[in-house]
Design a protein around this ligand. Structure first.
Ligand SMILES: *Cc1c(COP(=O)(O)O)cnc(C)c1O
Length: 372
């Protein structure tokens, strides 16, 4: 490591996928690698997940899907968000499965299939209660009928029917059972209309780990493959966090008691202290709200960030402790050495671990250990 890095343990990703497969032995596993593999790197994460037994990949946007294909990954691959006018032709030509939630989505997919000269592989998405993507139960019959027609004329192949949970991270919440019931009804209607999708899928990480009745043919874990529990207050489920975010101290100095630190002097030293400058800031994904709140591991113990997190740097008051330029600072990691974890950061900042890892900026080099 020179200045800073997000060190990614690829063996952890591989092993987490194998662990998730044990939780859902009857289903295939789609590793969700959207958002640059939740900040861990798209291609290395995808390869590590495949090594662990994933047989599908899932991404949000077309650029991510095409990048996986350009790198030579040939496994089934679902992409789930597009707006009107996107080059769906490229997706069909690259054998990328597309999610369809609406009439315009089906029309543009059919047009893409015609121009590509091959049927488009689609997954019809039903909104079972999240009120985000998917066709409402009210619009579902029309969408299914139109898709059945397009399949009969050879323009699409309906490979999947799917949906997404609102409350999977709250096991036992009544919305979960209601969504499963709505999903079953939507599948029954699709079958009645003559569709026989190869994969029915509903489970994210939380449902993969806690809700066997939602596994169906395929599970779609994301956060858990990176080793972060989707239900941290219940269990870590034997997962191992794959990312360690760390840096080297760029400068240390002694300042008198009463010194205001960083923008706005939101921290003031209470005694003569040594300050350590850490070269990571909010442009690197360290939220500004971590000011005076989040902890880092430095010189053998946890210490709170002192004063405002800046764009490129923050300061830590290390008191009288011997810290020098070049010393390692760990923001978060698996916790083995006592360093904070991404959960600790999420708790301190009133967010979820997903946001902590996914926001690590593009300026932070990713380094990899483990089998590539
Ligand atoms: C992000 C996402 C997932 C994975 O969710 P996790 O909670 O990270 O497991 C699965 N399905 C869809 C549609 C998603 O957007």
């Amino acid at each position: 490591m020179l200045r800073a890095e997000a060190a990614i343990d690829l063996d952890a990703i591989r092993d987490n996928v194998a662990r998730l497969r044990e939780s859902a032995p009857s289903a295939a596993l789609m590793a969700v690698v959207k958002a640059d593999g939740y900040g861990h790197g798209l291609l290395p994460s995808a390869r590590a997940a495949l090594a662990g037994g994933a047989t599908w990949l899932g991404v949000c946007v077309l650029e991510e899907a095409l990048a996986l294909r350009a790198a030579g990954l040939r496994v089934p691959l679902l992409c789930w968000i597009a707006v009107p006018g996107e080059p769906l032709h490229d997706a069909v030509a690259a054998d990328v499965d597309l999610s369809v939630s609406s009439g315009w989505g089906l029309e543009e997919t059919v047009a893409a299939a015609q121009s590509a000269g091959r049927p488009a592989r689609i997954h019809l998405k039903v909104d079972t209660g999240l009120s985000r993507g998917g066709a409402t139960p009210e619009d579902w019959p029309d969408l299914v009928a139109a898709a059945a027609k397009a399949e009969a004329s050879g323009e699409v192949s309906v490979v999947g029917v799917w949906s997404h949970f609102a409350y999977a991270d709250d096991p036992g919440h009544p919305a979960i059972a209601a969504q499963v019931a709505t999903f079953r009804a939507a599948m029954a209607l699709a079958e009645h209309e003559g569709l026989h999708p190869q994969v029915r899928h509903l489970a994210n990480s939380a449902a993969t780990l806690t809700l066997p009745e939602a596994h169906f043919d395929l599970v779609r874990p994301g956060i858990a493959i990176y080793g972060l529990s989707p239900v941290p207050r219940v269990s870590t489920y034997g997962l191992r966090p794959a990312m360690t975010l760390r840096a080297r101290v760029a400068l240390t100095k002694e300042v008198p008691a009463g010194s205001g630190v960083s923008y706005g002097h939101r921290y003031v030293t209470s005694e003569r202290s040594r300050l350590a400058l850490v070269p990571l800031g909010y442009a690197d994904g360290v939220p500004r709200s971590a000011t005076n709140v989040a902890e880092v591991w430095l010189a053998g113990r946890r210490r709170t960030i002192s004063g405002s997190v800046c764009m490129d740097q923050f300061v830590v008051d290390v008191g009288a402790d011997p810290v020098s330029a070049g010393d390692e600072v760990v923001l978060f990691g698996p916790g083995d050495r006592g360093e904070p974890t991404a959960y600790d950061w999420a708790n301190a900042l009133d967010t979820i671990s997903y946001e902590i890892v996914a926001r690590v900026g593009g300026r932070v080099p990713r380094t990899y250990t483990g089998t590539r």
